[in-house]
Design a protein around this ligand. Structure first.
Ligand code: PLP
Length: 431
């Protein structure tokens, strides 16, 4: 039984290079984190060998007594980690990741072409919340359901709840989705609940980005207002790559969510659960109940505030003016530079973050902003002073990007490129 180095030195070498890249860079992607050795051990265990379609006690395969024990433990820890009463809330820990979890909810509570409303992607929402462009239904969610995204108030950078309310009254969605991939503020859940009730809609929160902060009670609690809560498990929660769906046990709008959601996961959209992930998730959810985890999440938020303040001192414009959570969204347009160029320059300097659209942007490929998150480097022990230094290094990178842009070949190159993009220079069949 050979180890990886012996069995496959090629893959071993790639993993080693990736580990070194992670170790030597400043990881500021808001959706990433470093999970624990204990989680990794469970993920890399024999649990990956087992088929267990179904739920604990109701499987389609034999030999599942230990897997049943594991999944039941994971479910219990999930409810405990989010301070939920098991008589009122249930959870499915089998979703393979965040996007499948969301689609499983839609499959459970909607019929094809039912109407949904989620935050628009260019305003911070996630693809799986129904993203579409005027030309194309990009996400499966917008292919199978009728999506009418809501947006931010561009003057404040906050969700435009008034406009959402007006639109929901006319559009009458069956599902309203709260949650985002790039929103630096907390959500007004009572207001969202009111809007959903008036429209006769289910209210779902996708807390993927902030689930660690929710577990540690450092942001508002979506469970007090929503019918369904989905999450990834690998972002601020710091677990393995996976997903979970929490649902109210009492019927909502006449739907037994427990049955509908469990059936949508399996056999609706998935086959056998990834038991190694469920093992890793159970470990993560044990960590999530510790005092150390709460201190970590508080540090994530304090670090983000320190980062935001320093960026403001350096005269950056932040969408919404600051941050209540683990990320800041920087609008680079006042500096005359875009997020794509800055991402590229910082990448060369081992600072990893991502370009991000900001309200008012025209292009998703050349968006005007960058998203910076604090969960990963906080796991590695960064405190406020380290994030202040990080802001200064980002600033240096932005200055280099601005300088490089000013020296780049200009309009003559654009003319030349137009000439190159003609049949005179075909992509294929030249010879
Ligand atoms: N939901 C939100 C809010 C996200 O930000 C993401 C991913 O970034 C997802 C869902 C999708 O998760 P996954 O990439 O695991 O499918």
């Amino acid at each position: 039984d050979n180890g990886l180095s012996e069995a496959d030195p090629e893959v071993r070498a790639i993993i080693d290079k990736e580990k070194e890249r992670q170790f030597k860079s400043l990881e500021l992607i808001a959706s990433e984190n470093f999970t624990s050795r204990a989680v990794m051990e469970a993920v890399g265990s024999c649990l990956t060998n087992k088929y267990s379609e179904g739920l604990p006690g109701k499987r389609y395969y034999g030999g599942n007594e230990h897997i049943d024990e594991l999944e039941t433990l994971c479910q219990k820890r999930a409810l405990d980690a989010f301070h939920l009463d098991g008589n009122k809330w249930g959870v499915n820990v089998q979703p393979l990741s965040g996007s499948p979890a969301n689609f499983e909810v839609y499959t459970a509570v909607l019929n094809p072409h039912d109407r949904i409303m989620g935050l628009d992607l260019p305003h911070g929402g996630h693809l799986s919340h129904g993203f579409m462009t005027p030309k194309r239904r990009v996400s499966g969610t917008s292919i199978y359901f009728e999506s009418m995204p809501y947006r931010l108030d561009e003057s404040t950078g906050l969700v435009d709840y008034d406009m959402l309310e007006k639109t929901a009254t006319l559009f009458r969605p069956k599902l309203i989705i709260v949650g985002a991939s790039a929103y630096p503020r907390d959500f007004d859940y009572p207001r969202m609940r009111k809007i959903a009730d008036a429209a006769g809609a289910f209210l779902m929160m996708d807390m993927a980005h902030i689930s660690g902060l929710v577990a540690a009670s450092v942001v508002a609690n979506p469970f007090d207002y929503c019918d369904i809560v989905t999450t990834t498990t690998h972002k601020s929660l710091r677990g393995p790559r996976g997903g979970m769906i929490f649902f109210k046990k009492d019927p909502v709008l006449g739907v037994d969510l427990e049955t509908a959601i469990n059936n949508a996961v399996f056999p609706g959209l998935q086959g056998g659960p990834h038991n190694h992930t469920i093992g890793g998730l159970a470990v993560c959810l044990k960590h999530a109940q510790s005092a150390e985890f709460k201190a970590y999440q508080n540090q994530v938020v304090s670090n983000c505030r320190a980062l935001a303040s320093r960026l403001v001192e350096l005269e950056y414009t932040l969408v919404s003016g600051g941050s209540d959570n683990h990320l800041v969204l920087v609008d680079l347009r006042p500096f005359g530079i875009d997020g794509a160029r800055v991402e590229k320059i910082l990448d060369m300097a081992s600072i990893t973050l991502n370009k991000n659209s900001v309200p008012g942007d025209k292009s998703a490929l050349m968006p005007g902003g960058i998203r910076i998150g604090t969960p990963a480097m906080t796991t590695r022990g960064f405190t406020e002073k380290d994030f202040i230094a990080t802001a200064d290094y980002i600033h240096e990178g932005v200055r280099i990007a601005i300088d490089a842009k000013s020296k780049a070949p200009g309009s003559k190159l654009q003319e030349f490129l137009k000439h190159v993009a003609t049949p005179e220079f075909p992509l294929i069949d030249r010879v």
